[in-house]
Design a protein around this ligand. Sequence first.
Ligand code: SF4
Ligand code: SF4
Length: 476
Amino acid sequence: MSAYSRGDVHLFEGGNANYAYLAASGGIVALDRISSGILARLEKTALDHSDLISKMVEEGFRAAEVSEGIDELTQMSAIRNGTPLRTMSEALPEEFPLQTLVLNVTNQCNLSCHYCYEFGEDKVATPEGKKKFMDWETAKASIDYFFHDSRGRKSVHITFFGGETLMNFPLLKQAVTYAQAEAERRRVKLDFSLTTNATLLTPKIIDFLAENAIGVTVSIDGAKESQDTFRVFKNGRGTYDVIEPKIKELLAKHTTRPIAARVTMTSHAMDVLGTYKHLKHTLGFHEVGFAPVTTSPNRLYSITPVGMDSVLGQFQTLAEEYLECAKRGEHHGFSNVSDTLAELHQGVNKSLPCGAGLGLVGVGPSGDIAPCHRFVDSDQHKIGNVSTGIDKEKQAAFLKRGNIDAKYDCHTCWARPLCAGGCHHEAFVRYGDTGHANLHYCDWIRAWTDTCLRIYGTIASLNPAFLDHFSERKAS
Ligand code: SF4
Ligand code: SF4
């Protein structure tokens, strides 16, 4: 019989309990003394069955309970007995109905943010000669196509995007009314969201968003100084003074859905703690999420590895604050933690990094279908058109490239159930290949995942009821 060794597990502590994160399944298990002891024994040396039992008996355990522990750990792939470290991911079902439609109602924007992935130096879109604003015919065709290709789903989601989404508000309004009627006719639950830079919000628009319970994410970089560094009008003027009163009005009047802020971090804006404080406590957003700018590494605004270390340290400080709130059963608005906890709680085990091109598609003003909003208007990444549907060959090729099975560097990484190689769009910007693993941030991702696991384990030990609301939450 071959020797036992550690499987693909990441061990962590939380609230005085020991846990294992199982990379083969994305599951989390609490370890008793025997399981912890076996895993500790196998950390450096492989041992055959009888040696393993003898060593554990020397530590005071009974042979029968050790043998049982070995069986349990083997079953969950926490230890292995000659079996290969990684098995291939499960094949995706042939029919996978859509769940989310991202409707890019315009590719125009009234701002000129220097780092924008749509207009900046790293843009992948090729909008030349295409429609700038989606017309009603295309919006209707997109919604009809979406309901057709999402059949079988009981609940679906439409999100509006741009350019600046609100530059085509009349179309958005018409699309909401039409989609609501269609959803009712088809007896499907439908909800909406949108992303905006907030510059074009008006009292009437806010009323409409509130009346229709449309979830709103505001792209904002923080307090005045950060916001005005990059998020500027075309004449270079900063936007903070324009958006501040509009956001305050939005937050005061739109109470049917929580309002979120999304911050793009750059080398010039890495004050996570100060930004969080401003957006959550001064302006009053319900949630605040941070993402580093997606860029080639040589851009002035890209964050260096040292900068990312500082971001990680600040994320960890905020995560601790989050934990203190969770212990008391209180809400904390740092959505990077909530999103990861939701995935951990749901036992997510991804073969693809996200739903792009599978359950989610982006549609641009021309009606072309892209894997997600970030690839809209890119001829190279087009996978169909709403008039003809998805080109199954192109879709399959995109999904095959992005599947973790094709990312050899990820096969032995314990963080793969959540990361799966990372964003296809970022991979394309960095490496020119949507299927390339985002290897520039592995250490960062593993450190952050470890932090979230410890937070999860501590909450599971000290206030498990808090985790209940993650059963439903969808990571954004
Ligand atoms: S990209 Fe890096 S962190 Fe992500 S799964 Fe692959 S090896 Fe792990
Ligand atoms: S993670 Fe990247 S590829 Fe996936 S939906 Fe988001 S932007 Fe698109």
